[in-house]
Design a protein around this ligand. Structure first.
Ligand code: GLY
Length: 442
């Protein structure tokens, strides 16, 4: 079993991954590349560029790394996992073929169509003239998406034509998202609460981690522009037959379609759903753990995350899962791998961002962390860095306050208590994480 693990990435998700690995009874040696001041507490940060696959492979060979866990989408889409495989290094994260599910939204739609899985109807465009003409023939609201990966910002829900026109021009004419926005999808708008399902799979076996919900808009009551995610909670209760419906109508057909296409997949497939009145529909795939969903899903894991990720990377997930029951009395029925989650606990993360985010935001502001971290609540670093021995802000999403408890209200209070005790100039956060009952549009 793996002992030396390299975690690729530098955000909140990667700090959460490092933190969970460090809880392993196998006491792994952990590296983070490049990591952040949070990962440095439990891992050795290594100054490697995740997009420089040769350097990553060289490092792994030199240090005899047993397992690489790739956090962010960009290196996955660029094929870092393929480079590592060629060097016979075990890796948790799909190769470029599988990562295309996130890197090319039109491809994802094709896979969904072949699998017969419900998803909003769409048209695709690479010319603004054709896209604007299309607006004349459809009703608003609509959703416009950059086809490529744009750090969660390449999506706009447009209720009026001016907004739609502006976003189309930003993508196709002004190239605001670079190559990621040179092709766009214009989708029908559907309504309902969102749900994030993290599917851990080695291509044959799979398990579903705790269902979670992200809050993507910057403003309370889901207002303002989309962000990478302003907070999340887990588990989300799934009434009636919803768990079974998600598994049989969505997850199983998608995994079968990947196998039919000979697309190997070892890692996590993030399935972003909207729970509409007529059933769940797929809004998006990501080829990696969600951020900030990971911060609330991993702490609820039963068992050893190191073993889960290593057995997935080795194609031996089925054997690992045999050790888990169905989740006990509080477990969700018809949720494959329910025994992997401790359903008696709840977890909430509230993101502390820097004023201006998701646009231009303040940077280099001194951070005062709370003095009261413990097993019920802790801080996850995202956009922080050390400058002259001082912790300062460096990203839009600066940190996440995580709270756990035996009910959602307790977990929520722990997270907000921590954030209220955290200080930096320009700190903003939503007060309604894990409280909103409203619908989303997506
Ligand atoms: N929380 C959304 C994402 O990870 O893309």
């Amino acid at each position: 079993m793996a002992r030396k693990v390299l975690v690729i990435g530098s955000g909140g998700r990667e700090h959460a991954i490092v933190r969970q690995l460090a809880l392993s009874p196998r006491e792994p040696v952990i590296f983070a590349a490049p990591g952040n001041p949070g990962t440095a507490a439990q891992a050795t940060n290594v100054d490697l560029d995740p997009m420089d696959s040769d350097s990553v492979v060289d490092f792994c060979l030199r240090e005899a790394v047993d397992l690489v866990i790739i956090g962010p989408e960009d290196p996955l889409i660029a094929g870092l996992a393929d480079h590592l495989h060629r060097a016979e290094i075990a890796v948790f994260g799909p190769g470029a073929q599988g990562a295309r599910l996130e890197g090319d939204k039109e491809f994802a739609k094709e896979v969904l169509a072949s699998a017969g899985v419900p998803t909003p109807r769409y048209h695709s465009f690479s010319s603004s003239r054709a896209a604007l003409k299309h607006l004349d023939n459809i009703d608003l609201p609509i959703v416009i998406k950059a086809c490529g990966a744009a750090q969660g910002k390449g999506v706009a829900v447009c209720s009026v034509r001016d907004e739609a026109e502006a976003f189309i021009r930003e993508c196709l004419d002004d190239q605001r998202f670079g190559g990621a926005g040179l092709r766009i999808l214009i989708e029908e708008c559907i309504f309902g609460p969102e749900l994030s399902v993290l599917v851990v799979t080695d291509g044959q076996s799979y398990c579903l981690l705790a269902p979670s919900r992200d809050h993507k808009r910057i403003g309370e009551n889901d207002t303002g522009p989309n962000t990478g995610g302003m907070g999340a909670f887990a588990p989300v209760p799934l009434p009636g037959d919803l768990a079974e419906e998600i598994d049989t109508r969505i997850i199983l057909p998608v995994l079968a379609e990947l196998r039919r296409r000979d697309i190997p997949y070892r890692g996590v497939l993030y399935v972003g759903l909207m729970l509409t009145r007529s059933g769940p529909q797929v809004l998006e795939f990501n080829c990696r753990f969600g951020d900030p969903e990971t911060q609330v899903v991993l702490p609820l894991l039963e068992g050893d995350f190191l073993e889960l990720s290593a057995s997935t990377a080795a194609g031996k997930l089925g054997g690992y899962l045999q050790g888990f029951a169905d989740g006990g009395e509080k477990g969700l029925e018809n949720w494959p791998g329910a025994g992997m989650t401790d359903w008696s606990r709840h977890c909430v993360v509230v993101v502390g961002a820097s004023d201006g985010y998701p646009g231009n935001y303040l940077k280099d502001k001194a951070i005062e962390l709370p003095g009261s971290e413990n097993e019920h609540g802790w801080i996850i670093h995202a956009g922080t860095k050390n400058r002259d021995q001082e912790l300062v802000t460096s990203g839009g999403r600066v940190l996440g306050a995580v709270g756990t408890g035996s009910d959602l209200a307790t977990a929520r209070k722990s997270a907000y208590d921590l954030l209220n005790d955290t200080h930096f100039e320009g700190l903003i956060y939503r007060r309604d994480i894990a409280a909103a009952k409203g619908e989303n549009r997506g």
